[in-house]
Design a protein around this ligand. Structure first.
Ligand code: AMP
Ligand code: MG
Length: 265
């Protein structure tokens, strides 16, 4: 599949992107592709870690029940946990609020050799805050600029940045929230507060469109991933990850000694 069509190049209009795409083949084929990809991802990750120079940052954003946790579980499960750090950003604590909004985010940026996954991210600071009127439009614009500068700083340190918006429909969200309510094993994930956010669906759409349009660039692109079907979501993100690591092309380091001259007694 050509992933270019999911990339945000101009001003984003979410309605131009489908949520329920099924791709070309069947679900079984997509699952097979995802499974076959796991060892390849793991092999690249090992090189990235061994090289210890570059790093990868994956930003996951979505509405509630949009599939962020599922993406972490299904796309990254074959990687070596030693080389991956997942950070889930919650409502900022009092201490975090006493700093600038990027303070806690910068601390979670990937060290050389590492893959960092942001389950929610600094983008919450221009989304939920904007929708609830905690910041106004000029402040949002100022933050976009600060985000662009922050991401440029990371890229200057050889961090590749992938930003993914998991695109689900309002109906799909309803089904998933209902399933959380009905299934005792999923109920712990149900947050009655999510229903209030759901009522603000259109405000979030505007906030996402605005923020993504302002921060998608050639070097730090946003992708809108059709996410109603989890199997397609995982297949597309896996492919994107593999293509990105392939392009980064990390290499095992050359030894600083002559291995032939070493004798282990
Ligand atoms: P969950 O991802 O379901 O665990 O929920 C985390 C909650 O934290 C969501 O309601 C987010 O909107 C909220 N949150 C995360 N980051 C921020 C932030 N920077 N400012 C305000 N709320 C946030
Ligand atoms: Mg939640």
């Amino acid at each position: 599949m050509n992933l270019k069509k999911y990339r945000v190049e101009d001003k984003l209009k979410l309605s131009a992107f489908k949520t329920n795409e099924t791709g070309k083949g069947s679900e079984a084929e997509a699952l097979e592709r995802s499974a076959a990809r796991q060892p390849k991802l793991a092999a690249w990750q090992e090189r990235l870690y061994a090289e210890g120079k570059q790093s990868l940052l994956i930003v996951l954003q979505a509405r509630d029940a949009g599939g962020k946790d599922g993406t972490v579980k299904h796309v990254l499960h074959g990687l070596n946990p030693q080389g991956v750090v997942v950070t889930s950003f919650k409502v900022p604590t009092a201490q975090e609020l006493s700093h600038d909004f990027l303070w806690r985010v910068h601390a979670a940026a990937p060290a050389a050799g590492m893959i960092a996954v942001f389950n929610r991210s600094h983008y919450e600071d221009v989304l939920v805050t904007r929708v609830h009127g905690l910041i106004d439009q000029p402040e949002a614009e100022a933050r976009y600029e600060q985000i662009r500068a922050f991401e440029a700083l990371l890229m200057g340190r050889h961090t590749r940045i992938l930003k993914l918006y998991l695109h689900v429909s309002k109906d799909e969200q309803k089904e998933r929230l209902q399933a959380r309510l009905d299934d005792p094993q999923k109920r712990w994930k149900f947050n009655p507060g999510d229903l209030k956010e759901r009522e603000l669906w259109d405000d979030y759409t505007r906030a996402y469109q605005d923020a993504i349009s302002a921060t998608s660039s050639k070097d730090a692109p946003w992708y809108v991933i059709p996410a109603d079907h989890k199997w397609l979501r995982d297949d597309l993100i896996g492919q994107l990850l593999l293509e990105t690591l392939d392009d980064m092309n990390p290499k095992f380091p050359e030894p600083s000694f002559d291995p032939a001259a070493v004798q282990i007694r």
